[in-house]
Design a protein around this ligand. Structure first.
Ligand code: HEM
Ligand code: HEM
Ligand SMILES: [Fe+2]
Length: 453
């Protein structure tokens, strides 16, 4: 950490981690509902849809707060200057957290717009817009004042502006539901397969440059290629959601072809991370930060690339649309790409924010946490996947009614729940570890050599 104002990142990380924990508790409750018939009296006061809205909105909130904190950490280093208004960054955090709390309580009382992932009601949207404008102004003015532009910074800012603009499309409500879902997909799809990928690519580039000492030029070269590919395939790939919203038939082709190309930039990111790891001028340290970073690259590819590809063609999506196959992909992709890129960044930044003597920290608990959480999540996604294939076959090939088809699916939802306990246990370890990170007392020879040079 070279600039005092980078400190504002820390409260963002802490809040994000706590919300992550809460998100998982609600996830377990959802899975429990799938194999255990909860008494109606409980459903009346706490319906499934309410818990689901809390689970998914908490996800979006903690990931975005993590991205914002990471940006506040990265921008001063990239521009070589203090943040324009560090206090405003704290005010912004307070506003966004307040919106989150009001939204969660509001859901309990049925105050919701009803659209998955974007449930928060219109008046609260206005506060979100205000918070995001503060954020963009803070980052934008810092960059303009410093007059030092880098590709990493450009990609980060472009991703964040794109992300904010798309949110606006989710605010109006269209009486024609087909139109409403059409724009809903603009937000959801173009977020995760466009804007958030740009932010992720920029954050990974930033970490790789700082951790490996590989030349900025080399890292940023692939950043251009990836960004171009992401935008090209991601934007046209939106068509893979248009089969079911009464859009013209040619979208079947456009969506199928372009979204099949989407795993390409993700694979490139995996390969580049691997290449930079091999080309690194310094030893790959701290080890755990790299475990998270490389784990992100691998699971990003499997969850988004492979699991996304599996149901993207219209011939398959015809059967699997909106089933547990989608849920399986949603979990592995969100976790692999965006939960892990955030956690990688927290591991990267916290030792620096706390000014540890070297970047090394005690990591045993973190290694356990990574493997318990990631393997459990993989198992959970596979269980959702089996449930989804069963569901698609029973409901859509055989034409069984929904509740009849649910019976054999129950077992797989139970398997998902058991793995979910592992996910929560791993996440609690990550949260506890990150919030109590301590410097490594014994400096290993390799690290000592690196620091001496
Ligand atoms: C304790 C672990 C978790 C369990 C047991 C769990 C369970 C569930 C369940 C049962 C649903 C509802 C599916 C439906 O409506 O049919 C759901 C939705 C969702 N969860 Fe989780 N979840 C967990 C962790 C996570 C994590 C770590 C993430 C992301 C990083 C995540 C992201 C999502 C998303 C994006 C949806 C909406 C999926 C869709 O619309 O298809 N969940 N979760
Ligand atoms: C990190 C990137 C990605 C994330 C976080 C992500 C997440 C999600 C989520 C949460 C949904 C469910 C939305 C809902 O109905 O509630 C979804 C749907 C879908 N995703 Fe992804 N996705 C990613 C990348 C991809 C890629 C690269 C592909 C294709 C190669 C893809 C293909 C699809 C398809 C076809 C659906 C629609 C499923 C249906 O019709 O029910 N996704 N994605
Ligand atoms: Fe998509």
């Amino acid at each position: 950490m070279r600039y005092e104002s980078q400190r504002v990142a820390y409260p963002y990380f802490v809040v994000a981690l706590l919300l992550f924990g809460l998100q998982l508790v609600l996830g377990l409750w959802l899975a429990f509902n799938y194999f255990f018939t909860v008494p109606q009296a409980i459903v009346d006061v706490f319906p499934f849809a309410t818990a689901r809205a809390m689970h998914t909105n908490l996800l979006v909130l903690w990931l975005l707060l993590g991205f914002m904190g990471a940006t506040f950490y990265a921008i001063p280093e990239e521009t070589g200057s203090e943040l324009a208004w560090p206090r405003l960054a704290i005010v912004q955090l307070v506003i966004l957290v307040a919106v989150g709390v009001v939204a969660l309580v509001g859901f309990l009382f049925g105050w919701t717009q009803g659209r998955p992932l974007l449930e928060i009601p219109r008046p609260l949207d206005l506060f979100v817009v205000a918070g995001v404008l503060m954020f963009l102004a803070n980052v934008g003015v810092t960059i303009m004042r410093a007059r030092r532009f880098t590709a990493t910074q450009g990609s980060l800012l472009a991703g964040l502006v794109f992300l904010a603009v798309l949110y606006l499309f989710g605010i109006p409500f269209y009486r024609n539901l087909a139109v409403d879902w059409y724009y809903w997909w603009w937000v959801i799809h173009l977020w995760v397969e466009g804007a958030w990928e740009l932010v992720t690519a920029a954050l990974v580039a930033f970490m790789v440059i700082q951790l490996t000492g590989v030349e900025r030029r080399v890292v940023e070269r692939w950043l251009y290629v990836e960004l171009g590919l992401f935008l090209f395939t991601g934007i046209a790939g939106t068509g893979h959601h248009y089969y079911w919203v009464a859009a013209p038939k040619y979208w079947l082709w456009v969506g199928g072809v372009f979204s099949s190309l989407e795993p390409l930039p993700i694979a490139l990111m995996l390969l580049d991370t691997w290449r930079h790891m091999r080309e690194a001028r310094r030893p790959l340290r701290p080890r755990l930060t790299w475990v998270f970073l490389f784990g992100m690259a691998v699971l990003h590819f499997i969850g988004a690339g492979a699991f996304g590809m599996a149901h993207t063609l219209p011939q398959i999506n015809y059967y699997t649309h909106g089933s547990q196959v989608t849920v399986s992909h949603g979990h592995l992709a969100f976790y692999g790409a965006y939960a892990l890129v955030n956690l990688s960044f927290f591991y990267f930044a916290i030792p620096r924010l706390k000014r540890f003597p070297s970047d090394e920290y005690r990591s045993t608990l973190g290694h356990w946490a990574f493997w318990v959480m990631s393997l459990s999540l993989l198992g959970m996604s596979l269980a959702f996947g089996v449930a989804g294939v069963l569901q698609s076959y029973l409901e859509r090939v055989q034409g069984q009614p929904y509740m009849v088809a649910q019976q054999p699916i129950r077992f797989w939802m139970f398997v998902a729940f058991v793995h979910g306990i592992g996910v929560l246990a791993g996440a609690v370890m990550v949260i506890a570890h990150l919030l109590t990170l301590r410097p490594e007392p014994r400096v290993e020879p390799a690290a000592e050599g690196a620091r001496a040079t």
